[in-house]
Design a protein around this ligand. Sequence first.
Ligand code: GLA
Length: 390
Amino acid sequence: MHPKDLVVQTFRQRFNREPEHLALAPARVNLLGEHVDYNDGLVLPAAIDRATYIAFSQANSDHSTLIAGDFAKEVSFTLKSVSAKSNAGGAPLPDWALYPAGVAWALNEAELEVSALDAVYSSNVPRGAGLSSSASVEMAFVIAWQTLGGWTLPPMQRALLGQKAESKYVGVDCGIMDQFASACGVADHLLVLDCRSLEWQTFPIPRNIAIVIADTSVRRKLTSSGYNERHRSCEEAVKILAENLPGITALRDVSVDDFNRLSDQLPVMVERRARHVIEEMERTRQSVRLLDLGRFREFGKIMNECHVSLRDLYEVSIPELDKMVEIAQSLPGCFGARLTGAGFGGCTVNLVEKNSAKNFAEELTARYQRATNLKPEIYICRASEGARII
Ligand code: GLA
């Protein structure tokens, strides 16, 4: 059943009434600028046509009751219990409930009205697949509380509150890219965000280009520790480099030349992580120029280089992602392929000539399956609008 129908049906069954509102928040795919958002770099994501759907109404008490339709689990909390990370009965919140509870917490911290709500949510975004299912849950709940609370925030402010929920409440020290893409997505457009100034622009995806997402079907594990560890390495690099480059506050401030001159001062692993980030920022800057000129073949080459760097320097790939990328890059019509999102499992993103996209998807499915014995899910995605009431 489509998640939109599932949330309405489950709401009726559980709460014996019609939901007053229905909203959705899309997932995202990132074309370039990986692991640079928390280093103040540029990112090039798009919101996609997979989303978290939420049916909701104002509750009749001060308890919020949430149902995760995908795994038929329910939780109740109050604003007070949320601040102790517990449910209304005082027991610790289950992991899945930390995302909506974190949003309630972040909104409350920002002194925005957080009404108690009854809600059911469900999603067709694969979890742990690098497409930001968690940001889409967060953005769906921000829309729900905004609708009931009678306040309105611009999409970027909503994104920042979602990021706060994830980093300070859930404990994944993420950047702003995922929540931004989910909140600010524009149909048929790529987004180009400067994660330092938060200025952003859109770029129409040409008709002859398809963005193909290929899910290895391997789910990531231990992501938050691996992710937070890499974030720490970047901070350590800034601290050491600042001894010779006074005034720098993020890897964004370090040029490739300065880095090459000073890199032997960094511990080996920190050097590798920082090199990825600094070179990826340079790649992203170049790629924006190529987009302007419509030079997708060269843009694709940069995507390929990004994968090598994520694999060898940032060390967030896995053999199945490497295999998916290797096969994709050998197929006709493919301009570029690489892992997308945090890594450690999940999906690749492929830039493909529209006319070849169908064959590409079929061939990639067959060859990946033959090589790994795993059944991938491969689909041509459409860039979509950001989180909204529907
Ligand atoms: C996750 C995080 C993002 C970003 C990517 C890697 O999706 O939530 O903020 O850091 O990883 O680019």
